[in-house]
Design a protein around this ligand. Structure first.
Ligand code: FAQ
Length: 339
């Protein structure tokens, strides 16, 4: 199911495989069966009948997630050649490679829903598909790489742990491995920052500056407030989302405040304080206008990120052509031998 092989374009021998549709007479009973499984917190697998809206929602979320992992390689990838030591370079290469792997598991999971990788990538390259807002900001210095590990991967884990219990089997199973790797990513970022915070005043100032620039963007990563989140109610009903955008954001704030204290940095929010009554932190207002402008293509690096992905895709055309030609030859040889 998780094959990463290149798909051969359909030849004349391939009949079109339409997405499994329920016969209309059975529709109600299939829907009832689906609802019962969801209510019982069961898993839906690719061969199971599912409502088209459930399929569409999953493709939307999983492809958006996959694109985020792939575009998310770029801000840190910029620093591989400038990492301050061989150890940091090796760690960063491994991390960026992991993110590429996450993208591939996720494209594979989305393919089980009947949408091809080519379709998803075409949507990304034409600017129709979304990816996480956070990857449209620049990485100005080495401290940004540590802060991405600590805060961006930290926010990603907070959001993704509940997805290990997502009702769609292939997505949930992919997320188990992704979360284990994200956990390493978060720790390596935090450890890199701890090292800098034991360094010179300039290094400490770099870390604080990076935290100041990334903090609010990380809070926005969790998506719009619940009241303005059009997909949340249905996503929660279907067991795709388990915890709401605002609740995840709150959990992230509460988990991060003590880590910031140990690190010795200040989180740039004068309204951030412990609320004894709620047993949670209060925090200030997020700039949702900036978030939506970034989501809609007007962030500082949107155009650059997309152009980089499109160039990588075009530059790789010869390799895809060669792999397809090789696969075709092998197929012909197998058919000849079988005849
Ligand atoms: N950026 O109704 P909701 C990572 C869109 S991976 C851009 O609340 P939903 C690993 C949303 O798509 C980070 N767009 O939507 C890493 C929807 O638009 P649509 C990515 C956003 O789906 C680390 C509209 O706003 N993680 O970081 C964002 O119920 C370091 C309304 O929103 C995932 O994708 C945003 N931040 O909840 C890699 C996790 N937020 O699609 C490299 C899976 C919302 O209707 C380095 N995804 N939108 O046109 C999810 O959990 C959900 O899709 C949410 C959004 C929570 C992101």
């Amino acid at each position: 199911m998780y094959t990463q092989a290149l798909d051969l374009p359909p030849g004349p021998e391939d009949k079109a495989q339409p997405v499994r549709l329920a016969p209309s007479a059975d529709e109600a009973s299939l829907q009832a069966q689906f609802d019962r499984r969801i209510d019982a917190d069961g898993r839906i697998e690719p061969q199971d009948w599912m409502p088209e809206a459930y399929r569409k929602t999953l493709v939307r979320q999983i492809s958006q997630h996959a694109h985020s992992e792939i575009v998310g390689m770029l801000p840190e990838g910029n620093w591989i050649s400038r990492a301050p030591s061989l150890k940091r370079k090796a760690i960063l290469i491994a991390k960026v490679q992991d993110e590429g792997g996450h993208g591939l598991y996720l494209y594979s999971a989305a393919e089980t829903l009947g949408t091809s990788r080519d379709e998803m990538l075409a949507a990304l390259h034409s600017g129709r598909a979304k990816y996480s807002s956070i990857f449209n900001y620049p990485t100005l210095n080495w401290a940004d790489v540590g802060v991405i590990g600590w805060l961006v991967d930290g926010a990603a884990i907070m959001n993704q742990i509940p997805l290990c219990r997502c009702s769609y089997g292939p997505y949930a199973r992919a997320m188990v491995r992704v979360c284990k790797e994200e956990s390493f990513h978060q720790r390596q970022g935090y450890e890199a920052l701890l090292a800098m915070m034991q360094g010179t005043d300039e290094q400490k100032a770099m870390v604080q500056d990076a935290v100041n620039r990334w903090w609010w963007k990380c809070l926005a990563m969790f998506g719009p407030p619940d009241a303005d989140s059009p997909n949340s109610a249905q996503g929660m009903r279907w067991g795709i989302k388990r915890i709401s955008n605002d609740n995840l954001r709150q959990k992230f704030v509460d988990a991060t405040v003590p880590q910031a204290k140990v690190l010795g940095v200040t989180l740039p929010d004068p309204d951030l304080k412990w609320n004894e009554e709620r047993q949670q932190h209060d925090y200030g207002a997020i700039d949702w206008d900036e978030f939506w402008a970034t989501v809609n293509g007007e962030g500082p690096c949107n155009k650059e990120r997309l152009a980089t992905r499109v160039k990588a895709w075009n530059d790789g055309q010869w390799l895809r052509d060669a792999a397809l030609a090789h696969a075709r030859k092998q197929q012909q040889r197998t058919q000849k031998e079988a005849a």
